[in-house]
Write a protein that binds this ligand. Structure first.
Ligand SMILES: *[C@@H]1O[C@H](CO)[C@@H](O)[C@H](O)[C@H]1NC(C)=O
Ligand SMILES: *[C@@H]1O[C@H](CO)[C@@H](O)[C@H](O)[C@H]1NC(C)=O
Ligand SMILES: *[C@@H]1O[C@H](CO)[C@@H](O)[C@H](O)[C@H]1NC(C)=O
Ligand SMILES: *[C@@H]1O[C@H](CO)[C@@H](O)[C@H](O)[C@H]1NC(C)=O
Ligand SMILES: *[C@@H]1O[C@H](CO)[C@@H](O)[C@H](O)[C@H]1NC(C)=O
Ligand SMILES: *[C@@H]1O[C@H](CO)[C@@H](O)[C@H](O)[C@H]1NC(C)=O
Ligand SMILES: *[C@@H]1O[C@H](CO)[C@@H](O)[C@H](O)[C@H]1NC(C)=O
Ligand SMILES: [Zn+2]
Length: 553
């Protein structure tokens, strides 16, 4: 009874609010009538003819003042809203506008032609070939200079073809084979590792021997490759999916961390990203050693130094002085407090020894299974204190809000711990105050659309929460997360997804690229200027390319 009464009360209240606003605005309308009658509004006369004649109160040929007022209010409303959205204040010259008309026409026509089979609404694995073979928008996006890829995990960053077609052909490559699905070692099935000689566990098989015995080597290699992606998996439930996903990291680890392959894999990443229009990459690298065939161990100091060399040669190779590569150290969020503390101390040291390359710390892995950030509050406090002894304190780049649990608290802690960027932030739209803080503190959001879809946080990209964030003008950026496991390289597929499903125009795409550059860890002003200016030159070449390639659209 009480509830019913309460509802009626609210309905009456709402109605009276609406009614009052109508009253106020009708008086506004009367004022407007006078103004518009004196104006020359001939250009919208035809639209309003029916209204004018049926209302009877206006002299013939005069514009209906209601419509005229409505039209102007409508324009104000649309403009006001557009001004909030990301991209509205991005400088955009007449040439860019010309290219944008072409681009938006292509996008709209293409989306109409796909109709109900909008590729961004279908699971990525099913749509990938359609995107590649049938989409002009995708071709244009491939040519777009994208700025920085800010959220990529090092061991799943470049496609695994290099690991299988080059790496696993090196001598001494073993694969762990379990034939019985009920074997307790089944989780190790398909794991790669290099050993000087046959390990005592006979499940380790020399890969070259197996290759000799198969009839179709190409097919065999393809099977190995498929075992390292989530392709063809029945997507099962969310937890099973994460287990499969984590399993791949385990299987591939003995390849990614093998010294003769490690550098080549990163070279493969640089090539793939550069060809895809990326100027700057920041990887999450979990602490862990590299190894060689003699059993010698190479730690993360080796990795950072080795990468600094590779960056120099890459700049030369591609004549790209702006090319940048930064490393964010990380641990799995299931790690205990001691492990996390020690890793953060090491991060502080790496940060100060290689300040232009090693930039911060993060905790990774499924948020709903590992420890929440608050669990490590003592360690964060200690590291904050320790940081005062160093020139560069430790910056954080936390994954937060990649979750299906409504009691997830990581977004609060990430923001209180002054995270520089937020990985994913899928649950951010549920936190109005946090969204304000993200905007105020200029914290970038690293949206990884394809990852979110494959790992089942978002089913239809058109409903991805990142669109809400974009529409509130938050500094959104686009990243691929673990492209190798999702069976692609580069950043174009993710840009395609959001362009298509959110209906982005070139001005918004430009702002996404600028956001990624502005939230990159450039070491000093000259590094920033180098990156921004090089990107801008490429951007205007891209505008010319659109106008010259699609002149008649
Ligand atoms: C009525 O419309 C005017 C714009 O013409 C607006 O400024 C005002 O806030 C509106 N009044 C109400 C109560 O919504
Ligand atoms: C183990 O992995 C191999 C190679 O990926 C695969 O052919 C085989 O079917 C797997 N064994 C089981 C029991 O699933
Ligand atoms: C390298 O790039 C610069 C612009 O960044 C250009 O002026 C120069 O001609 C390029 N050199 C070569 C060899 O392509
Ligand atoms: C923390 O984890 C490490 C690595 O797994 C282990 O060696 C250590 O004993 C653990 N420490 C505590 C206090 O549980
Ligand atoms: C959220 O709820 C789950 C399920 O009840 C529980 O296991 C978890 O500890 C809770 N997390 C937090 C941060 O309270
Ligand atoms: C990007 O950063 C530069 C300098 O740091 C600043 O001048 C510019 O306004 C920023 N642009 C945007 C769109 O945030
Ligand atoms: C900026 O940093 C780069 C290293 O990334 C260094 O080579 C360069 O000398 C620095 N420039 C200035 C002006 O400090
Ligand atoms: Zn991630």
């Amino acid at each position: 009874m009480f509830l019913k009464f309460k509802n009626i009360f609210y309905i009456v209240l709402t109605l009276s609010i609406v009614f009052n606003s109508l009253l106020v605005n009708s008086s506004q309308l009367r004022k407007a009538k006078i103004i518009h009658r004196n104006n020359n509004a001939n250009n919208i006369k035809t639209t309003n003819e029916d209204f004018s004649s049926s209302s009877g109160s206006e002299s013939s040929g005069d514009i209906n003042p209601y419509i005229s007022q409505y039209t102007s209010e409508r324009e104000t409303l649309v403009n006001q809203e557009n001004q909030i959205k990301l991209g509205s204040n991005t400088p955009f010259n007449s040439k860019e506008q010309q290219a944008n008309i072409i681009f938006s026409n292509i996008l709209q026509n293409e989306e109409l032609s796909f109709s109900n089979t909008d590729p961004s609404a279908v699971n990525f694995f099913l749509e990938k070939q359609i995107i590649e073979n049938e989409s002009t928008v995708f071709k244009i996006i491939q040519n777009m200079p994208k700025g920085s890829a800010l959220h990529v995990h090092q061991d799943s960053s470049a496609t695994y073809d290099y690991l299988i077609l080059v790496g696993s052909y090196l001598p001494n490559c073993y694969i762990y084979i379990v034939n019985d699905p009920n074997d307790p070692n089944i989780n190790n099935n398909g794991t790669f590792h290099f050993y000087e000689s046959q390990p005592s566990d006979n499940n380790w098989k020399l890969l070259s021997k197996i290759r000799e015995s198969v009839t179709n080597v190409e097919e065999f290699d393809q099977q190995l490759l498929d075992s390292l992606t989530l392709i063809g998996e029945d997507y099962g439930d969310y937890i099973t999916l994460w287990r499969k996903f984590d399993g791949i990291f385990g299987r591939v680890s003995g390849l990614v961390t093998y010294l003769p392959i490690a550098t080549g894999y990163m070279e493969h990443l640089f090539e793939q990203m550069i060809e895809d229009g990326v100027q700057h990459i920041e990887v999450r690298k979990c602490f862990g050693d590299f190894y060689d065939i003699d059993g010698k161990i190479y730690d993360d100091y080796w990795f950072v130094e080795n990468m600094e060399q590779l960056v120099l040669s890459t700049r030369q190779k591609y004549n790209m002085s702006e090319f940048g590569f930064k490393i964010i150290g990380c641990n799995g969020r299931h790690s205990n407090q001691t492990v996390v503390y020690d890793a953060m101390v090491m991060s502080l040291e790496l940060r100060n020894k290689y300040p232009s390359t090693f930039v911060g710390y993060d905790l990774v892995g499924p948020e709903d299974e590992g420890y929440p950030l608050i669990y490590f509050i003592d360690q964060f406090a200690q590291i904050k204190k320790l940081g005062y002894q160093y020139q560069y304190p430790l910056d954080y780049f936390f994954h937060a809000g990649e979750t299906i649990l409504y009691n997830n608290t990581n977004l609060y802690d990430a923001i209180l711990l002054d995270t520089k960027r937020i990985g994913h932030g899928i649950q951010l739209p549920q936190h109005p105050l946090l969204m304000d803080l993200v905007l105020k503190n200029d914290i970038a959001i690293e949206i990884c659309p394809i990852s979110n879809q494959i790992l089942q946080y978002v089913s239809d990209m058109r409903a991805h929460p990142g669109l809400d964030l974009l529409n509130r003008g938050l500094p959104v950026t686009i990243s691929p997360d673990d492209p190798a496991i999702f069976n692609y390289g580069g950043l174009s597929y993710d840009f395609f997804e959001v362009t298509y499903s959110w209906g982005l125009n070139l001005q918004q795409l430009k702002q996404l690229a600028i956001n990624s550059i502005n939230h990159s860890n450039t070491f000093n002003q000259s590094e920033y200027d180098l990156l921004y200016n090089a990107w801008e030159v490429k951007w205007f070449n891209f505008i010319d390319y659109i106008i010259n390639t699609y002149p008649n659209i």
